[in-house]
Design a protein around this ligand. Structure first.
Ligand SMILES: [Zn+2]
Length: 588
């Protein structure tokens, strides 16, 4: 893949796979490798390893593996050239601009670039409207009333979409064709499709940026009583609601540093929490969290405090989100803010009324989701058997999602105590739930672990690592065709070809020649702790293969003899058998 001398090759040589992978996975040093939780399959104990010397990764659970480019391609769901560019960017390596592949791709890239540019211009436009117009002045008064001063307005890029109905349209029209403007979502078409007008009118605008900080959409709040109260950008080629978390672009460092996220519902909440000094806050910008958002967040931390609105919709969203987060192995706590007077408090209101310290304290004391859910269940009528059953049925789906048996058992005790349910009865229900869960768990991909014999494993390692003699070793294997018939025949075959070729090949390039199952085995072998091989050891491995080859031939000859062939054939077979026995005895 990476041709020698190409920019991909250069990037690969300079890039540090540990650093790149480390941006997505929390890695810990373990022996000569780094290990962490695999980003490609759900797991509790790390089976994902990165080899800093060979610059490869491999997951012993799901079998994914490759070099730094494979990793980025898989993670970002992007093409090879894109992966090269991303790695180069992350590692600060300069590369020439990539050539796009197809005309369609070029067109799409151009379109995305123009749409992003249009959003940048719209942002400038909205900010200017807020700052300089009479309408903007009213909007500023409203923001001030909500506790958003000039500093906050500047920091979060808050702007104003005027009521005129075509001001932004006229502004953009000077540079962009109608079709593109309509695709940006900033402008809408009327029902006839003939006329364009501004999508956002008389609204406060909040720019929504993607992970890398580029504005891709706007969230807008009505200034007056216009409906809907909140109106966001539609799905466009650069924006998909379920793939974006508001404020993530600014929260990344804090998420890694604090190793937990505060998850809120809307951008006003996120802004209020971030302004309180808690930068590791993100908003789902919708009533519930979507799966891609969870995966996105999981790249930075697996611990979340959910702090949604306390209304019915918020509670339902909390329960759905908890459930989904548990499925993705998150550690979840839930903060349900107490009402202020008779007002239910969202984070924004709570911080304004009670202050930053009170909010920080509430966050610190946020209970594990278990307690939150039990508290919710206790609100049900527990005086009757039916009521208890309803409460239990409310809790059971969550229990089923807990992968850990000890935790499940702790739950049982807590639920029994809190709901005053007979513990043995509850445990029976729990274990039934656990069994149902087990039947749903898909069988792990077959581990090919100990398939290859130790000798084959050692030879594979030496063919990769023994700079001093790997060529010689490849020649000897090739001459004796000693790899034929082995389980690792194809791996050895590829390594022999690599060893004999003039151009040196990296392990990843060799892996690219293999089928999936063999590639996995190959990576597993590369990650085994092993000492450096010596020529002596190589020779004894060759010897073992030769011995094995003789045994196989002997067995074959013996079978043919037992078939009792005609005399001439029999004589030949007996002679062959003698020859093989002699060679076996002399060890040649
Ligand atoms: Zn995996």
């Amino acid at each position: 893949m990476a041709e020698a001398g190409s920019s991909a090759d250069r990037v690969k040589q300079q890039a540090d796979i540990v650093r790149v992978v480390g941006e997505y996975v929390r890695l810990k040093k373990s022996g000569q490798n780094f290990t962490g939780l695999c980003p490609f399959h759900g797991e509790k104990t790390p089976s994902f390893a990165v080899h800093p010397v060979k610059q490869i990764y491999h997951c012993f659970g799901c079998g994914k593996g490759g070099d730094v480019f494979n990793f980025v391609m898989e993670m970002e769901k992007c093409s090879f050239p894109e992966a090269v560019r991303i790695v180069a960017e992350k590692c600060g390596i300069a590369i020439p601009r990539p050539k796009e592949r197809s005309p369609e791709e070029r067109k799409e890239n151009q379109q995305r670039a123009v749409l992003t540019e249009m959003h940048r211009e719209a942002q400038t436009f909205f900010v200017k409207q807020l700052e300089t117009t009479a309408e903007g002045k009213a909007a500023r008064a409203y923001l001030e009333d909500r506790g958003l001063d000039e500093e906050a307005i500047g920091r979060f890029g808050i702007g104003y979409a005027p009521s005129g109905g075509d001001l932004l349209l006229r502004h953009l029209k000077q540079k962009y064709p109608d079709k593109l403007m309509a695709e940006s979502g900033l402008v809408s078409r009327d029902q006839s499709g003939a006329r364009l007008f501004d999508r956002f009118r008389r609204r406060i605008t909040f720019p929504i940026a993607n992970e890398s900080g580029k504005i891709v959409a706007f969230g807008c709040r009505a200034l007056g009583n216009d409906q809907p109260k909140y109106l966001n950008s539609p799905e466009t080629p650069i924006y998909s609601k379920s793939n974006v978390l508001y404020h993530l672009d600014r929260a990344k460092d804090a998420l890694r540093r604090e190793n937990f996220a505060v998850l809120v519902e809307g951008y006003m909440d996120a802004i209020a929490v971030a302004r309180a000094g808690i930068s590791n806050v993100v908003a789902s910008c919708g009533t519930s969290l979507a799966e891609p958002q969870i995966k996105l967040l999981g790249r930075f931390t697996k611990r979340v405090i959910v702090n949604y609105d306390p209304d019915a919709a918020g509670q339902a969203a909390t329960e759905r989100s908890v459930s989904l987060l548990l499925e993705h192995d998150f550690e979840v706590r839930v903060l349900a803010l107490p009402a202020i007077g008779d007002k239910k408090a969202d984070p924004d209101l709570f911080i304004r009324e009670k202050g930053i310290d009170a909010y920080v304290k509430a966050l610190q004391e946020a209970p594990p989701y278990v307690d939150y859910l039990i508290a919710r269940a206790r609100l049900m009528d527990l005086t009757t058997g039916e009521g208890k059953l309803r409460a239990l049925n409310f809790l059971m789906p969550y229990v089923q999602k807990i992968p850990n048996r000890i935790l499940r058992s702790e739950w049982a005790t807590r639920i029994a105590q809190q709901l005053r349910i007979d513990e043995p009865v509850l445990r029976a229900a729990l274990s039934k739930a656990a069994n149902e869960r087990r039947s749903e768990v898909k069988t792990q991909p077959e581990l090919v672990g100990k398939a290859a014999k130790p000798v084959e494993r050692r030879l594979i390692r030496m063919l990769v690592e023994a700079e001093g003699f790997k060529r010689e070793l490849a020649q000897r294997l090739q001459q004796g065709r000693l790899h034929q018939g082995l389980e690792t025949e194809r791996i050895l075959g590829a390594l022999i070809a690599a060893g004999l070729s003039e151009e040196p090949m990296t392990p990843t390039e060799v892996a690219a020649l293999l089928e999936e199952r063999e590639r996995r085995l190959f990576y597993e072998i590369l990650f085994e702790p092993a000492q450096e091989g010596t020529w002596e050891e190589a020779e004894s491995c060759l010897e073992a293969l030769r011995g094995r080859r003789i045994e196989q031939e002997l067995a074959q000859v013996q079978r043919e003899i037992e078939n009792n062939p005609p005399a001439a054939g029999m004589r030949e077979l007996l002679a062959r058998k003698q020859e093989l026995l002699r060679r076996r005895a002399s060890g040649q």
